[in-house]
Write a protein that binds this ligand. Structure first.
Ligand SMILES: CCCCCCCCCC/C=C/CC(=O)SCCNC(=O)CCNC(=O)[C@H](O)C(C)(C)COP(=O)(O)OP(=O)(O)OC[C@H]1O[C@@H](n2cnc3c(N)ncnc32)[C@H](O)[C@@H]1OP(=O)(O)O
Length: 281
């Protein structure tokens, strides 16, 4: 390794504190200069949101809430995928107990991210379909690298985005745009997402995306943190409360829906298509 690279790694290690261990599917790194935490998803190949990744995401969000970070930036260790959304293998021919735990964990993770008291931003450094888009739109700001896609494509898979997925989407897009995109299961390119307002900025690299997220979080430097977080909570309270009130019904609805033979058949065909595509590459 070149000496300069070694020196830069040493310097970086000195100014950043690794808060989580590498055995987890997420890492949290707090920059000592800015006080901002970067939460990185690391479940190759596509950051499919399975039960374990969702558990780690939730505990990392809790860690950031607890360590007085000035903000949270969500990103991915992959160079081409932010997150491929829910791991379809959790929903296809599911185990009865595990699928309950999986959906319950997804609810908890969304409540923690969407309701986070610290400023949140997503550095979207790769494709971000469905559950990936849910994570990104749960944050307050989005910066995306070109030549990738983002959107809620559920209807393309023959499934329906629950109300709280729609709530995140609607916190970013006007109702008319959100409704049309969801009905179509539309995936937006980075450029299209910027035009419609689904993302706030573009960046040429992950590093630049993170810098822009840091700049966004920096805009709150002179704002009283309690006033800021209570204001955010008020904007989001109705969406959060709705899921809190309906958690059990939401779980039962999901289980009923996902276990329908037609839905299982559709998921099987979709998975097969993904696998065929992967083999061709
Ligand atoms: C009335 C109200 C009722 C409420 C009912 C609720 C119903 C349920 C709602 C649930 C909503 C969930 C939304 C979701 O998140 S579903 C997931 C949607 N995700 C996708 O459609 C993305 C699919 N993947 C891709 O498009 C591409 O993989 C990619 C992300 C663009 C990456 O492309 P790539 O070329 O880099 O990689 P690729 O070769 O395709 O994939 C590599 C391997 O990963 C597997 N894989 C990809 N995505 C998933 C996934 N989401 N789950 C599981 N596995 C995935 C792929 O099959 C390859 O595997 P292998 O190497 O062949 O084994």
């Amino acid at each position: 390794m070149m000496r300069s690279k070694v020196l830069s790694l040493v310097a970086r290690a000195a100014s950043n504190r690794m808060m989580s261990t590498a055995t987890k599917l997420t890492t949290v790194e707090v920059n000592d200069k800015t006080g901002i935490a970067t939460l990185t998803m690391n479940r190759p190949p596509v950051n499919g949101l399975n039960l374990e990744l969702l558990q780690d995401l939730k505990s990392s969000i809790d860690e950031v809430e607890g360590n007085k970070s000035r903000g949270l930036i969500l990103t991915s260790s992959s160079s081409t995928i932010f997150s491929a959304g829910l791991d379809i293998l959790e929903m296809y021919k599911p185990d009865k107990d595990r699928i309950r735990a999986f959906w319950t964990q997804l609810q908890e993770t969304w409540l923690a991210l969407y309701g986070s008291s610290v400023p949140t931003a997503a550095a979207i450094n790769g494709h971000s379909p469905a559950g990936g888009c849910l994570l990104a739109t749960s944050c307050e700001y989005r910066v995306m690298v070109p030549n990738f896609t983002i959107g809620l494509n559920e209807t393309q898979l023959g499934i329906v985005a629950p109300k709280w997925f729609m709530a995140s989407f609607l916190s970013v897009l006007p109702q008319r745009e959100a409704e049309r995109a969801l009905n179509q299961g539309r995936m937006f390119t980075t450029e299209e997402a910027l035009k419609v307002g689904l993302i706030d900025e573009t960046a040429n690299s992950k590093e630049e995306a993170i810098e822009k997220c840091v700049a966004f979080i920096g805009t709150f430097a002179k704002v009283n943190p309690l006033a800021r977080s209570l204001t955010k909570q008020q904007f989001r309270a109705a969406d959060l409360q709705q899921l809190q009130n309906e958690r059990q019904q939401d779980l039962e609805k999901f289980l009923f829906f996902v276990n329908q033979p037609a839905v299982q058949k559709g998921l099987g065909i979709y998975l097969e298509g993904l696998k065929k595509k992967a083999k061709k590459q």
